[in-house]
Design a protein around this ligand. Structure first.
Ligand SMILES: [Zn+2]
Length: 488
């Protein structure tokens, strides 16, 4: 069935909750392992019905945030998902304390119980209203960015549509495009900073209600980090600082020489080659045709997967007005269908999406019959193993997309993987600062980011654009934003 034919209907919450509660009561009272197994299946299916509708809504809403119907539906899930979470936590509690736990564990594996245990640490009924508020703040943020219309030389651009100009061969165009973008952020700085500030304080309140000192440990539990802690993460950051930052700095030095620029400004950072950045050599349809050829040749399994995605219209790839920014992969359990969302804009990033997000989608497609909601995805960070591996598995086919630019693409892609590490740990260290100091003012947060940036991104010269610095900080709010949509 094609995505367009998936029936959307708002879940009737009263009967949904009554049914869920009835199953939970039966599960608790069950007198045999077999009986619990049957109820387990029923609960699974019921949860999938809600997730299916919520995820269809998420896709439709993010494709066009101006659509009033799905905006209202999105608000509905912001409001109801916390109470579904409450029921699922009740289920986890019953699972962990089941008389038949040993047998259940043998059947479903220990990981389910690890997830259940972590999940219980993230919820109490007393935070229900706070979670609704948290969802709302997230939605507000998505809308601000989706609504961007940026003036550049007399034309209006969305944020993703501006990217090719920001990496133009002409330095003046790069500078003007970047200035236009940061002016947009400047206009919305107050609104976004407010959302961020509210979110931080709200999370502090939630953490305290759950008995944590601050949001850090709660954040770790939400991300299902079951086998490493903040001390280990701090050590990893230290290693990146010691070993990777010097390599990154060398790469930026090489970049300066290549593009013939003495001072690498923020508007030069993503301009990698004097002859221009590598670009896919055709339209979005042409890209998809070539991706189909690539996945056919890569393996039988990827061939079946990509055919499924294409034939069922499970991708919305091209940037357009009103569409949420960024890219994601989603799973719609009732139809056992992954969905890929992206903002093609004619840059090499278009191919990154078709390898990265398709890596996620191929993983979840391969897990679609696993029979357990908790196992459709691995935990959040483990998800990236699949997506990033796919980026590299597909290297032998890059000529299909980049022709004479293939070597440039491979160089930029591989060095990009290294350059990301200092940036990624800078974001991580910043988030630790923010949630350890929830009362810090926006100015203090900005100061903290500048210091962290000096440590991990010493090549960066931000002298002449204050909003560039600021937005980098505000953009951090994003990192937790999509977590809520994956699992209920
Ligand atoms: Zn990913």
């Amino acid at each position: 069935m094609k995505f367009d034919d998936y029936q959307y209907q708002r879940p009737a919450m009263e009967s949904f909750e009554a049914q869920y509660k009835a199953y939970l009561n039966d599960f608790e009272a069950a007198s045999s392992f077999e009986e619990q197994c049957q109820l387990f299946e029923k609960i699974n299916t019921l949860r999938q019905e809600y997730t299916t509708m919520s995820n269809i809504c998420h896709v439709r809403h993010t494709i066009n945030t101006k659509d009033k119907f799905f905006e209202a539906e999105n608000n509905f899930y912001d409001d109801t998902s916390p109470s579904v979470k409450a029921l699922t936590n009740k289920f986890y509690d019953l699972l962990l304390n089941s008389r038949f736990r040993k047998k259940l564990e043998k059947k479903w594996g220990n990981q389910l119980f690890v997830i259940a245990d972590l999940s219980l640490k993230t919820f109490k009924p007393t935070i229900l209203e706070d979670l609704k508020e948290e969802n709302k703040l997230t939605s507000e943020y998505v809308k601000i960015k989706a609504a961007a219309k940026i003036d550049f030389r007399g034309e209006k651009y969305t944020l993703p549509a501006l990217t090719p100009l920001e990496t133009s061969k002409d330095r003046q165009i790069r500078k003007e495009a970047a200035t236009a973008k940061w002016s947009f952020y400047a206009r919305h700085a107050k609104a976004v900073e407010d959302i961020y500030d509210k979110q931080v304080k709200l999370r502090q309140r939630i953490a305290q209600k759950l008995g944590y000192k601050n949001f850090i440990q709660l954040g770790y539990a939400r991300m299902l980090r079951s086998d490493y802690n903040d001390e280990m993460v701090a050590k990893f950051r230290k290693q990146v600082e010691e070993f990777i930052v010097p390599i990154a700095s060398k790469l930026y030095e090489r970049q300066k020489k290549r593009i013939g620029i003495e001072n690498l400004k923020y508007y030069d950072e993503y301009f990698r080659f004097a002859s221009g950045n590598p670009k896919p050599k055709g339209s979005s349809n042409w890209i998809v045709e070539n991706a189909a050829k690539m996945y056919r040749e890569l393996s039988e399994e990827t061939a079946a997967f990509f055919d499924f995605m294409r034939h069922n219209n499970l991708m919305d790839l091209v940037n357009k007005e009103g569409k949420a920014t960024g890219g994601y992969c989603m799973f719609i359990p009732k139809y056992k269908a992954p969905y890929i969302f992206s903002n093609f804009n004619g840059t090499s990033g278009d191919i990154d999406v078709l390898t990265h997000e398709a890596g996620h989608a191929f993983q979840v497609f391969s897990s679609r019959n696993i029979g357990l909601n908790e196992y459709f995805w691995p935990t959040y960070e483990a998800c990236e193993i699949h997506s990033m591996s796919m980026e590299f598995f597909t290297w032998p086919w890059m000529e299909l997309f980049f022709k004479e630019d293939t070597d440039k693409y491979k160089f930029a892609h591989l060095s990009g993987a290294i350059l990301f590490l200092p940036y990624g740990v800078a974001v991580d260290e910043f988030q630790h600062f923010v949630y350890e100091n929830p009362m810090a003012s926006p100015a203090e947060r900005n100061e903290a980011w500048r210091n962290i940036e000096k440590k991990y991104l010493p090549h960066r010269e931000n002298d002449d654009n204050d909003f560039f610095k600021k937005w980098r900080i505000l953009a951090k709010a994003k990192s937790y934003f999509y977590y809520s949509v994956l699992l209920y």
